[in-house]
Design a protein around this ligand. Structure first.
Ligand SMILES: C[S@@+](CC[C@H](N)C(=O)[O-])C[C@H]1O[C@@H](n2cnc3c(N)ncnc32)[C@H](O)[C@@H]1O
Length: 307
């Protein structure tokens, strides 16, 4: 089952009131959503996910707590549109716990794991048309090289892309373990001993299949635009590419204009609309790290609307 990462920190810092309207952009297995729903007896929870299994499971869990929630099967990049459709223009808080859930990783049929043999899939949304099979068997050498380099930060991106393109000239690459073998052939022995050579490549393909990086900033823009004064948006990221997007965007929003910095009596109008709740990211305690290995790369960043 999925263990919610940094749950205590997420709930404590969301500034939840009994009547808050909260958005959980990444419902997953409702660990965070349950805790939110318990605290908003007179409020409302809107929870997004694109995974049918997660939605089915979480509907049951949340129904036991209350009726004041709606689950929206959609990519969170449609956050504003979906909420507006339901008459909601303002929210009091939002949580984005990015990436995949443990059940998605552990269910071998979903094809996310490089340890289990499965059809190349990696779609978070089972109804989406782009999957890992398409990427691996149809993308050009240049495109494969680019995604391995950009999204996997893989050292041997070109060599791996080349091996894939050569291999598929004779037969399609159907399964995860077939792909792992091809990757291994392209990476020198000494490198293979340092870390699993498929880790970064699988990460890269997963990001491409689910457009994971493209949706973060537009979705945050929408949530922040709808946020009431005093409301907070929280984001948990699991790798440096995601974290960089969030960190830079939040920094941009909270920056004081260079021209007025240091001046006495700055008019409130000229100050930024947002402040960082903490300057650095919150990371898991040793206790959480011991309990949940998947929390090891997690970073929580929080921003608040101040005017
Ligand atoms: C890390 S899990 C969330 C776990 C959740 N916080 C909990 O406590 O159970 C991420 C979930 O968000 C979903 N997800 C990831 N990106 C999404 C997106 N762009 N739109 C909608 N759902 C997304 C995944 O399908 C997955 O179920």
């Amino acid at each position: 089952m999925h263990k919610s990462v940094l749950k205590k920190e997420v709930i404590e810092n969301l500034n939840i009131r009994e009547d808050s309207i909260i958005v959980d952009a990444t419902l997953g297995y409702a660990g965070d959503s349950s805790a939110i729903l318990e605290r908003i007896k007179k409020g409302f929870l809107f929870a997004f996910d694109q995974d049918n299994d997660a939605i089915e499971y979480s509907t049951q869990i949340l129904s036991k707590i209350g009726t004041n929630f709606t689950i929206i099967k959609s990519n969170f990049v449609n956050l504003k549109q979906e909420l507006n459709k339901r008459g909601i223009n303002k929210i009091d808080g939002a949580l984005f716990d990015l990436g995949v859930s443990s059940p998605q990783l552990d269910n071998k049929e979903r094809g996310f794991s490089y340890h289990e043999d499965a059809r190349l899939d990696m779609r978070m949304n089972q109804d989406a048309s782009l999957d890992a099979y398409y990427v691996v068997n149809n993308y050009s050498l240049n495109d494969l090289n680019r995604i391995f380099k950009e999204y996997g930060e893989a050292k041997f991106s070109y060599q791996i892309a080349k091996k894939i393109v050569n291999y598929r000239k004779t037969q399609p690459i159907n399964t995860t373990l077939e792909l792992v073998e091809i990757i291994k052939m392209a990476v020198p022995e000494r490198e293979r001993r340092k870390k699993h050579p498929a880790k970064q490549i699988f990460q890269a393909i997963r990001i491409e299949v689910n457009h994971e990086l493209d949706v973060i900033r537009p979705a945050l823009e929408q949530a922040l635009q709808m946020l009431n004064v005093g409301g907070r948006v929280e984001v948990i990221t699991f790798h440096s590419l995601e974290d960089r997007i969030v960190k830079n965007y939040f920094k941009e929003l909270c920056a004081v204009d260079e021209k007025i910095k240091g001046l006495p009596n700055i008019s409130k109008d000229l100050l930024p609309d947002f402040k960082l709740v903490i300057n650095k990211a919150i990371t898991p305690t040793d206790e959480e790290l011991n309990d949940n290995n998947r929390s090891r790369s997690a970073k929580l960043r929080i921003i608040e609307r101040i005017k």
